[in-house]
Design a protein around this ligand. Structure first.
Ligand SMILES: NC(=O)c1ccc[n+]([C@@H]2O[C@H](COP(=O)([O-])OP(=O)(O)OC[C@H]3O[C@@H](n4cnc5c(N)ncnc54)[C@H](OP(=O)(O)O)[C@@H]3O)[C@@H](O)[C@H]2O)c1
Length: 288
């Protein structure tokens, strides 16, 4: 039996990084007790843990001294470290009646098998949101993809509801594709924007000026996408069928070869998935 679900669960956070920090703050605001912030055993990591622990009124410990006196232990470490951190905590704690989560969007709850074997209910709980240093996003309406043991999923549903997020289950075989999808929604979107900054240099603008001048159109594009969907939000030479302009873009982009590759890949995706006039000539311009 897992702890009575009437009272809010006590949660220990392992890894006071980007996600761990935001999650600890949000959980605390939602009325959860953060029992402990667990870091690696070095000065810089311990300092980060101490700063966060002060904010959420938690104890601090390191992975080799952690007590995990909590109902839930939430691993917020890099994907490659989840198994290792679970192993390090594995032997030190009685895992019976405990829940362990990790938040990798790509990996399964099986990363925590070592704890499952010791009696913990384990799950992977991934918020489809971006967490970066210095910004704590709202979790209102944020989807959390969940997979794992029944008791872990039950607890996760309740926590996600308290965070104002939306919980949904993801099939094990879909996780990698799910995460690849999410990569387009934030990291690769930023990669597109930084590529645009490089192209702007060729138009005589610094990266800072480009960012400032791009923001109105970027914001409006996202607003149009939200309101009208992809086809309705799509403007520019491809939808108009201005093949000669596309050819000229590709000519000038020879000076920024990485940007040219990105342009070609995205233009080909646009031709496949979005409305375009003059397709034959456009295709020829892209294939030259
Ligand atoms: N950031 C996002 O937007 C986001 C979104 C959804 C899900 N996630 C998931 O959240 C998890 C964490 O990602 P993140 O972006 O928050 O990473 P991060 O900023 O690099 O933070 C990772 C934290 O884990 C600590 N750590 C590393 N190895 C450890 C170990 N063996 N024991 C204890 N602590 C350890 C790091 O400490 P040091 O400072 O000492 O390195 C750091 O505090 C990943 O599974 C990721 O897939 C992230």
């Amino acid at each position: 039996m897992l702890p009575a679900m009437a009272a809010k669960l006590r949660i220990a956070i392992v890894g006071p990084g980007r996600l761990g920090t935001a999650l600890a703050m949000k959980l605390r605001s939602a009325g959860y007790t953060i029992s402990e912030i667990v870091s690696r055993n070095n000065i810089a990591s311990k300092r980060k843990a101490a700063i966060l622990a002060r904010k959420v009124r938690a104890l601090v410990s390191t992975i080799d001294t952690a007590r995990a006196n909590a109902d839930v232990v939430w691993f917020c470490v890099p994907d490659r470290e989840i198994k290792n951190a679970a192993q390090q905590l594995g032997s030190a704690i009685d895992w019976k009646r405990k829940i362990a989560f990790h938040s990798s969007g790509a990996l399964l709850s099986d990363e925590l098998n070592i704890l499952r074997r010791q009696g913990a209910a384990v799950g992977s709980i991934h918020p489809m949101m971006t967490f970066v240093t210095g910004s704590i996003p709202s979790l209102n309406g944020v989807p959390f993809a969940m997979e794992g043991d029944t008791a872990a999923i039950r607890a996760a549903r309740r926590i996600v509801r308290d965070l104002d997020g939306g919980a949904f289950t993801i099939r094990r075989q879909h996780k990698i594709a799910y995460h690849a999808w999410g990569s387009f929604a934030s990291p690769l979107l930023v990669a597109t924007l930084v590529t645009a900054e490089q192209v702007a240099r060729d138009a005589g603008l610094s990266a800072v000026a480009a960012r400032k001048k791009m923001l109105p159109i970027v914001r409006q594009t996202i607003a149009n996408y939200e309101m009208l969907g992809a086809a309705g939000a799509f403007s520019g030479p491809i939808v108009r069928g201005d093949a000669e302009i596309v050819r000229k873009h590709l000519q000038v982009l020879k000076k920024v070869p990485e940007a040219r590759e990105v342009y070609l890949a995205l233009a080909r995706a646009a031709m496949r998935y979005l409305p375009a006039q003059n397709r034959k000539k456009l295709k020829k311009a892209l294939d030259e």
